[in-house]
Design a protein around this ligand. Structure first.
Ligand code: ADP
Ligand code: MG
Length: 256
């Protein structure tokens, strides 16, 4: 279980990027974090990974306070967390190595993770299977993958890590809402056996998640299920939902 208690973070003194955030993520839960750009979502993830330290407050993961984790224990701690960031990078190396991040890896597992991430490993697309080079930098027969395919490879990489806790931080920001919606529902299916956080500035088919946390200007302003949050007509979620209704319902926009 992950527990944030009154967590604040300021990059610049006096200007909090996160302001007094308290949030519980239960083991096995699938949490959707939504909020406008700049509302502090990525800052929260960097705190969870101990890439940053909070200015105030406490973060606990499975009863262990993060500030008690020593510098030399950080690599081991990070192995428990699989993250796909918005600006993930693929390498001009064979597909399988991009998934496993090493040259000596479990091929069967790499294939399985790609498949789970929705990447079909057919001979037409990837003539050498897992040994097919991505891009043409190192192999003229390398394959240029599309944005959507790259996303799937990045997700397969996070899955390969076998971490009990997995986070997707807007890895789909470059995709259109429909493609994002597809990645989202697929992700919700593949993480049923672990704790997962999906972060976006866009709403998606939130019905798959256990709870939604709404970020606004560095604060968590609402936590609950889609139905409960939407029913609060004065709330931020209601505002986001209606501002983005065109993605989900053309008629809703035309009637506005
Ligand atoms: P989100 O992921 O929701 O878009 P971020 O957590 O990236 O939001 O950013 C929250 C706020 O903190 C923003 O105002 C952003 O400009 C600021 N911020 C983020 N990273 C840094 C940094 N390294 N230095 C200074 N300010 C930052
Ligand atoms: Mg972000």
């Amino acid at each position: 279980m992950i527990k944030l208690e009154h967590v604040s973070k300021s990059y610049t003194a006096g200007i909090p990027a996160l302001n007094d955030v308290s949030l519980d993520i239960e083991e096995g839960e699938f949490v959707f974090i939504v909020g406008d750009s700049g509302s502090g979502k990525s800052t929260l993830i960097k705190l969870l990974l101990k890439e940053l330290e909070p200015t105030e407050g406490t973060i606990t993961i499975n009863n262990k306070k993060l500030n008690k984790i020593k510098r030399r224990q950080i690599p081991k701690f990070r192995r428990k967390i699989g993250v796909v960031f918005q600006d993930f990078r693929l390498f001009a190396l064979p597909l399988g190595q991009n998934v496993a991040i090493k040259s000596d890896y479990d091929k069967e597992k790499a294939e399985e993770c790609l498949e789970k991430a929705g990447f079909t490993l057919d001979a037409e697309k990837m003539p050498q299977g897992l040994d097919t080079y991505l891009y043409k930098d190192l192999d003229k027969n390398g394959v240029n993958v599309s944005g959507g395919e790259a996303q799937k490879i990045a997700i397969a990489r996070a899955l390969y890590k076998n971490a009990p806790f997995i986070i997707l931080d807007e890895p789909t920001a470059a995709l259109d809402p429909v493609a994002e919606s597809e990645i989202y529902s697929r992700f919700s299916e593949m993480v049923t056996d672990r704790t997962a956080v999906y972060i976006s500035h866009r709403l998606s088919s939130c019905r798959f998640c256990d709870k939604i946390a709404v970020f606004d200007h560095g604060s968590v302003v609402q936590v609950g299920t889609h139905e409960v949050l939407l029913a609060d007509t004065a709330g931020k979620y209601h505002e986001l939902w209606h501002a983005q209704a065109q993605y989900y319902d053309e008629k809703a926009v035309k009637s506005n």
